[in-house]
Structures are given as structure tokens and as C-alpha cells.
Design a protein around this ligand. Structure first.
Ligand code: TMP
Length: 213
């Protein structure tokens, strides 16, 4: 991989953590500070990735197997990395991505039980060595996060609920895996308490990102 000049920041967290709102707030602040910003999300991002997202999250697709799920997450990611992320980094832009390989690690690797080794093996093919410069995990108590996510799904009549409607023990594993990740990789991963007012969370996001810019 050629050395990228931009900065790659990912947002992670359990359902209902508020990470997408925080990503948008950060993008707006960076733009007002004169930075070029690419906002993207996974699964999805590119038009092809959005088609893959539909297959992954449609609540009707109950037969989807864990290995298929893992490979489709990485298929969407490979497209995003090649089509959008690497070109933006090469131009010196700040890339903000809502979820990346850490999501696959915690959801498929840990909560589904496929294992970290398999996740990193496919990551090597799909991401070609691209690792975020900084990952912000917005932490939230499982019950609070799920209640927020369910309210949002009901409000938007969302049908992309296959994964977030799993039982609570699945989501507890997701949260614990994120907290463990922050302990295991303290240099790259910053844990932020998402259970506070939006502005307080945004202030912590800003302090974490500042040193990179
Ligand atoms: P979102 O609600 O943040 O858009 O994420 C969509 C769902 O996909 C969410 O339940 C987390 C799940 N997901 C995985 O299971 N593995 C992954 O690699 C990614 C990117 C998302």
C-alpha cells in the first residue's frame, strides 16, 4: 500500500451509542476549520456497498449464515476502501468512517463466535493493510443503547433491523468486546462515554481528534 497522506478516523460502538450523530458533528467542525472531509459508513458507503447493506440488514433474510455475513461485510468494505477511502486519503483528506473492521471483530468475530483470526485473515485481503489512525468507541450501557435504537427503528419504520434486533445477550457481548478492544489497543482506540449529553461527548471526540490534525 502506498503511504496515505490523509487521516483515517473510525467511529465504533454498540447499537444506539450516538456514534453517527457524533461523526456528523465532527465532520461539520472539521469543514469549518477548512479541512476536506469524506464521510462514509459501513456496511454501505459506496452505491455497491449500499446494495450489499440491504442484503445484510434486511430483517427478512433470517437464513443468512455467519460466514456469509462476514464475507459480505468485507465485500462492502473492500469496495469502500478501493473506490472511496484510499483515493481520499491519497489526496490528504480526513476520512471519517462510521464502523470498520473493528465492527466485524466484535459482531462476527466475538458475538457470533467466528473468531478474531478469521476476521483478520479476510481483513488482509479486503483492506490491504489499511488500519485507522484513530478509532473512537462511543460506549453505552446495553439497555439504554438498545432502547434508543428501537425507538429510532420504530420512528423511521426501518426494515434494516436483522442484526440490531438480536437478543440482549448478543449485544452485551458486543459492548464487552468493544471495551476489551480499547484495553488491548490503547494507542489507536479511545473509549468515550456516550451516556452523557451530546455536547459533552462531542467535546471528548474533538480532544481525541485534535492531536492528529
Ligand atoms: P449501523 O446501525 O451502525 O448502520 O450498523 C448496521 C448493523 O451492522 C449494526 O447492527 C452492526 C452491524 N455490523 C456488523 O455486524 N459487522 C460489521 O462489520 C459492520 C460494519 C456492521
Amino acid at each position: 500500500m502506498t503511504k496515505a497522506r490523509g487521516v483515517f478516523v473510525t467511529f465504533e460502538g454498540p447499537e444506539g451509542s450516538g456514534k453517527s450523530t457524533q461523526l456528523r458533528t465532527l465532520a461539520a467542525k472539521l469543514r469549518s476549520a477548512g479541512r476536506d472531509v469524506l464521510e462514509t459508513a459501513e456496511p454501505g458507503g459506496t452505491p455497491i456497498g449500499m446494495q450489499i447493506r440491504r442484503v445484510l440488514l434486511d430483517a427478512a433474510n433470517q437464513e443468512l449464515r455467519p460466514t456469509t455475513e462476514l464475507l459480505l461485510m468485507f465485500a462492502a468494505r473492500a469496495q469502500n476502501v478501493e473506490e472511496w477511502i484510499l483515493p481520499a486519503l491519497a489526496q490528504g483528506h480526513v476520512v471519517l468512517c462510521d464502523r470498520f473492521t473493528d465492527s466485524t471483530l466484535v459482531y462476527q468475530g466475538v458475538a457470533r463466535g467466528l473468531g478474531a483470526e478469521l476476521v483478520y485473515e479476510v481483513d488482509r485481503i479486503a483492506c490491504r493493510g489499511l488500519v485507522p489512525d484513530l478509532t473512537l468507541v462511543i460506549d453505552i450501557d446495553t439497555e439504554t443503547g438498545l432502547a434508543r435504537a428501537h425507538r429510532r427503528n420504530a420512528r423511521t419504520k426501518d426494515v434494516e433491523t436483522r442484526i440490531d434486533e438480536h437478543d440482549i445477550s448478543f449485544h452485551r457481548k458486543v459492548r464487552e468486546a468493544y471495551r476489551q478492544l480499547a484495553t488491548d489497543e490503547p494507542k489507536r482506540v479511545t473509549l468515550i462515554d456516550g451516556g452523557r449529553a451530546e455536547a459533552a461527548v462531542a467535546a471528548d471526540v474533538w480532544s481525541a481528534v485534535g492531536p492528529l490534525l
